[in-house]
Design a protein around this ligand. Structure first.
Ligand code: ZN
Length: 81
């Protein structure tokens, strides 16, 4: 895997982040998580999640993309009760 090409600096400390792949096996599905992880401060940035399901002889691939910007917008909005 060309990990070097995917390197990007950590938004927290500026250290080049490492690209990681995590595979989670579930009941009838396989979840593949791609993310960046900072080796210095441990900051984790989700890139995308791919879910592979088996439906009989068919294989269904679902792709979820995570955008950090939308999360930041949600956090920035505060509700006063
Ligand atoms: Zn960092």
């Amino acid at each position: 895997m060309p990990a070097e090409e995917r390197r990007m600096p950590c938004p927290r400390c500026g250290t080049p982040m490492e690209y990681w792949v995590e595979i989670e096996l579930g009941d009838g599905y396989k979840k593949i998580k791609y993310y960046y992880k900072c080796p210095r401060c441990g900051y984790r940035l989700q890139d995308e999640i791919i879910v592979v399901r088996r439906n009989g002889s068919n294989i269904i691939v679902e792709r979820e993309e995570y955008r950090r910007r939308s999360i930041a917008t949600r956090v920035g909005r505060r509700v006063h009760s």
